[in-house]
Ligand binder design. Structure first.
Ligand SMILES: Cc1cc2nc3c(=O)[nH]c(=O)nc-3n(C[C@H](O)[C@H](O)[C@H](O)COP(=O)(O)OP(=O)(O)OC[C@H]3O[C@@H](n4cnc5c(N)ncnc54)[C@H](O)[C@@H]3O)c2cc1C
Length: 251
């Protein structure tokens, strides 16, 4: 059987098709953003949001929005809703490989900037069980680092940690801990979500549960996760891990 690749996969960014530079002009759109954050039309931002990690998808975003916080995200979604056919996509750390965090001729919300460094570590209940309340744009490596400084760790994280909380909760989030604790989507107790109407809604298994379960694994289609409450457990003093080698030595 003869197989062929339907798409040309560029080996590096220089070989990839450049993003198109045409279509909409944001000035002509009926948008009243009034954001605390920034709206970036620059070529480097557009290039960042124009291609995904797999290098196979390439689009031309209109602008990259860098919100300052949840109010900015809500204001943006409301403005987009009133604008007609404009689309908006949340982008975490852009590590999805099939264009999930992209928007052709639309707005890309760079969630990494939305209060990405604001963390709360909470102790609740008689046993003082810890929770981390973290922004959707936070990287798991930062979440883990902050939690460890309190002697805690999330129960379930990803093996590769340069992914955002919102990005992996919108997928599943699996790692070596998943066989014991389940994926990250089973290890979050509450979300703050900006819905498609631009409302800021707190949801959990008990409160607004439909939104909660839709947002988890929802690839950003049911709202933008701006905050998540993640149960913690005491971090072990030591961990054991095995490095896999693909070089087989003769017995
Ligand atoms: C090198 C590499 C290593 C990886 N390792 C692992 C691993 O160990 N475990 C694992 O489970 N997965 C792994 N993945 C897959 C990765 O978890 C998913 O692709 C994940 O969605 C990427 O997260 P991100 O922050 O880059 O999100 P993005 O790629 O930016 O976005 C992914 C999706 O989530 C949506 N989204 C992003 N932020 C939000 C938000 N705040 N609210 C709502 N929706 C949002 C986007 O619109 C998009 O649909 C890996 C991928 C790569 C490339």
């Amino acid at each position: 059987m003869i197989a062929y690749a339907e798409r040309f996969v560029p080996e590096n960014d220089n070989e990839a098709e450049p993003p198109r530079q045409d279509h909409h002009d944001i000035q002509s759109l009926p948008l009243d953003l009034q954001l605390q954050g920034t709206v970036d039309f620059g070529a480097s931002s557009a290039a960042m949001a124009a291609r995904d990690f797999g290098g196979m998808q390439s689009v031309s975003p209109l602008a990259v929005i860098r919100p300052m916080g949840v109010d900015d995200v809500a204001r943006l979604v409301k403005a987009v809703l009133c604008s007609g056919d404009l689309t908006v996509a949340a982008r975490g750390n852009g590590h999805s490989i099939n264009g999930q965090a992209m928007s052709d001729q639309g707005l890309v919300v760079d969630m990494r900037t939305a209060e990405a460094d604001r963390f709360q570590i909470l102790a609740e209940g008689p046993n003082g069980i810890g929770y981390a309340v973290v922004p959707g744009g936070a990287l798991w490596e930062d979440v883990l680092r902050v939690c460890l400084s309190y002697g805690y760790a999330p129960r379930s994280y990803t093996d590769y940690l340069s992914l955002t909380v919102g990005g992996t909760l919108s997928n599943a989030g699996v790692s070596g801990q998943a066989f014991r604790y389940g994926p990250q989507t089973s290890n979050v107790t509450e979300l703050e979500v900006v819905t498609g109407n631009g409302d800021i809604v707190l949801c959990s298994e008990r409160e607004n549960s439909e939104l909660f379960f839709a947002a988890l694994g929802g690839l950003g289609q049911f709202g933008i996760i701006t905050r998540a409450k993640i149960p913690l457990q005491p971090a072990p003093d030591m961990v054991k891990y095995t490095l896999c080698s693909y070089v087989c030595a003769p017995p």
